[in-house]
Design a protein around this ligand. Sequence first.
Ligand code: 5RP
Length: 226
Amino acid sequence: MNDKQLVALQAAKYVKNGMLVGLGTGSTANYFIEELARLQKEEGLKITTVASSTISALKAESLSLPIVALEHIAHIDLYVDGADEIMPDMTLLKGRGSDLVKEKLLAKAATQFIAVADASKLVKRIGQNFAIPIEVIPFAWQLAKRSLEAASGRGELRPNAAKDGLWVTSHGSYVLDMHFDETITARNLHDLISTTPGVVEHGIFYGLTTAVFIADNGIVNERWAQ
Ligand code: 5RP
């Protein structure tokens, strides 16, 4: 069993009968979805799920997990998702894919949000290994970019996979992938990007994580917020 699978299985131990569970997106979240389906089939677990992306919804449906649409929920019990970067204070960077709007809504709506990852995701500062994905309203991308550049941001619109057009998220936004001055704290960066006109959402998950589970060479470490 690899570390991503191991940590996903650990998070699944916190799923109880009757819960409404948020499903993340990505390879680690996929292992969690598969484990929920196994628990439902083999141990009679009774839950309802809500997905952070179409791809995770399709996976849940294919495994016969009961699923409700995001617009029908106001609160969830538990959200489990992966991350691209994890800081010591549990701030996350997410959204390498196309679904960070729903991911952040579910993280905020959850009583408990457990981030699951292997040790390769641990960083000292947000933006260490990846650019910060910033979803912008398509017609506002240039104005938003200029505002962010005035605050040390450097980056470009993300191209699509074929590099013959622009990346469009599941929310219909363009994505600016930007780097910022290393001396800006994650909290200040979060506040700065959140208050920039034209920004729909961004990949810094600040103050949302209840626990971080990290698997490192077969050993899972659980860290819970105080
Ligand atoms: C998608 C995400 C993913 O959770 C993140 O990219 C981690 O993916 P993986 O589990 O495949 O390493 O934030 O928006």
